[in-house]
Design a protein around this ligand. Structure first.
Ligand SMILES: Cc1cc2nc3c(=O)[nH]c(=O)nc-3n(C[C@H](O)[C@H](O)[C@H](O)COP(=O)(O)O)c2cc1C
Length: 222
């Protein structure tokens, strides 16, 4: 591969975060294809590789997806604004999302991931297997992008109306656009991310048995 993806996995994973503020500097095709290539190394159900990726650069397509994004944000925004007033941590995500919605068309490139199958729902196993065949590839791409210094953000709002999303992107009715990432060269820095201590989200053997409650990973011995 032409680009250097050799950043340590630990560094990539601990500093990869939602980067919404990016410059308008272009991203070359070869780099995007290398990132997608690394994405396709991800696990997927039965190795059926039921995925398709669309690189979006076209202004009209960006504008149309941006309209869907802002439409959904307008609906969700009032209740989330109330939450942001009470929760300073969430207020940062809220503000950043606001910014991302406003500047959606300015991202130099986007990658839309489609599942090669229909609408996903019940039973959970089917939904998990289908969506779960696309999201690991997207996470691989986000880590690969981080390794070369690109910023990404995962978004589902711009695709909320599947019928419209398919029309905008020319995707056949047999496929489902599920998730997308925006990409760009960051205006600022990366991580670290803010997450709960690992002990607060892990149970042992049975849900709710939390021997490591309140502990960060470095505080857990043996
Ligand atoms: C399933 C999913 C859907 C998301 N949808 C959107 C979205 O539509 N718009 C957006 O700006 N961010 C979206 N995000 C990004 C999250 O806001 C972001 O990952 C989260 O706040 C953590 O950010 P951090 O890694 O910088 O801490 C989504 C993330 C996930 C995992």
């Amino acid at each position: 591969m032409k680009h250097d993806f050799s950043m340590s996995l630990d560094q990539a994973m601990t500093t990869q975060r939602a980067i919404r503020r990016v410059t308008d500097e272009p991203i070359e095709d070869a780099l995007l294809l290398e990132i997608i290539h690394l994405g396709t190394k991800a696990p997927n159900s039965m190795n059926a590789q039921k995925w398709e990726f669309i690189i979006v650069r076209d202004e009209t397509v960006k504008q149309q997806l941006g309209k869907m994004n802002s439409g959904m944000w307008k609906l969700a925004r009032p209740s989330l604004a109330k939450k942001a007033e009470k929760d300073p941590g969430f207020a940062k995500v809220f503000k950043a999302t606001d910014w991302g919605v406003e500047h959606f068309v300015d991202y130099p490139a986007m990658i839309v991931a489609c599942y090669k199958g229909g609408r996903l729902g019940w039973p959970v196993l089917q939904a998990a297997s289908n969506y779960g065949s696309v999201f690991p590839a997207i996470q691989n791409m986000m880590l690969a992008a981080r390794a070369v210094g690109l910023g990404t953000n995962l978004a589902t709002m711009p695709l909320w109306n599947n019928r419209k999303a398919r029309k905008i992107l020319g995707v056949p009715a047999s496929h489902t656009p599920c998730v997308m990432i925006t990409l760009g060269w960051p205006q600022g820095g990366y991580g670290p991310t803010t997450r709960k201590p690992v002990g607060d989200v892990v149970s042992l053997d049975r849900y709710g048995n939390r021997p490591w409650q309140g502990k960060e990973v470095d505080e857990i011995g043996g």
